[in-house]
Design a binder for this molecule. Structure first.
Ligand code: AMP
Length: 285
């Protein structure tokens, strides 16, 4: 596995591969790898002849300075994990390589970027995400790019941007990988103190309870969500949002008739966590 730090060096690597006809897969990340990241790398490895992983803690998508400053970073460990997942190139540029002096262009995806995370973190967050992913697509020129369902709204936004800007990239969204107690894996989990780590399982327990309620026949969104709110409240967690929304538009859903996304965001201790499930009511005969 090669580690490259400049756009020029990355372009050189992929140009040679492209000439050989191999498919190029890209996995954008901010590092501090866990099994969620590795699942994307393995999926890319399965589908593509050449796998590029980008490791870049993108400052423009952080809405809190303290979150950016304490974001876990360990490039050596990440490089070893990427290598063992069969990654060909780890692209780990310095900030100046991505945002040189005078950088002035941003990509804004309206609609799906506005509710939920967009409302809580402000419009700069998804502008930062869309801009950096557009740049990574142009830098690596992948045939396919791999994202996690854990960040459902981000995945939707990237699909929208890819279609709207005609990037010739197939976007694949991979399932959320969880700890054995249900907590969705996240680089930020490492920042949880032991008591918050225990309480944090309430997020997935709440989502699974909502899933069971819908499976049991409940179609009223508020009543289904109430099953989750009870679990969060029992741990003293007040969610920033817990909602039932359309998987395609993120518009709120009152009656659960088809595939519905249930996203949640909450601060546990001083760490902000997000998670989601998709509920699919069985069609009744
Ligand atoms: P991050 O490094 O947090 O920006 O995440 C990089 C990619 O990994 C994004 O596409 C995330 O959605 C994805 N990802 C993060 N956590 C998980 C997880 N638990 N399961 C699956 N994918 C994940």
């Amino acid at each position: 596995m090669k580690i490259v730090r400049t756009v020029g060096a990355l372009r050189q690597e992929v140009a040679a591969v492209r000439a050989s006809g191999a498919r190029i897969g890209l996995v954008p990340t901010m590092g501090a790898f866990h099994d969620g990241h590795l699942s994307l790398m393995r999926r890319a490895r399965e589908k593509c002849g050449f796998v590029v992983v980008s490791l870049f803690v993108n400052p423009t998508q952080f809405n809190e300075r303290s979150d950016l400053e304490r974001y876990p970073r360990d490039e050596q460990r990440d490089a070893a994990m990427a290598k063992s997942a069969g990654v060909d190139v780890l692209f780990a540029p310095p900030v100046e390589e991505v945002y040189p002096d005078g950088f002035a262009t941003t990509v804004e995806v309206s609609g799906v970027s506005e509710p939920l995370e967009g409302a809580m973190r402000g419009p700069a967050h998804f502008r930062g995400v869309a801009t950096v992913v557009a740049k990574l697509f142009n830098m690596a020129q992948p045939d396919e790019a791999f994202f996690g369902q854990k960040d459902a709204q981000q995945a939707l936004l990237i699909r929208r941007m890819t279609r709207d800007l005609d990037f010739p990239v197939y976007v694949e969204v991979c399932p959320t990988v969880r700890e054995t107690d249900g907590l969705a894996m996240s680089s930020r989990n490492a920042l949880l103190d032991p008591s918050s780590r225990r309480r944090a399982t309430a997020l997935s327990r709440a989502l699974f309870a909502i899933e069971r309620t819908v499976a049991g026949g409940e179609r009223d969104a508020e009543r289904a969500l109430a099953a989750g709110r009870v679990i969060l409240r029992a741990e003293g967690i007040e969610p920033e949002y817990l909602a039932a929304v359309s998987t395609g538009t993120l518009a709120p859903v009152k009656t659960i008739t088809g595939e519905t996304l249930i996203p949640v965001a909450a601060r546990v201790g001083n760490v902000r966590l997000i998670d989601n499930v998709i509920v699919r009511p069985e069609a009744r005969a």
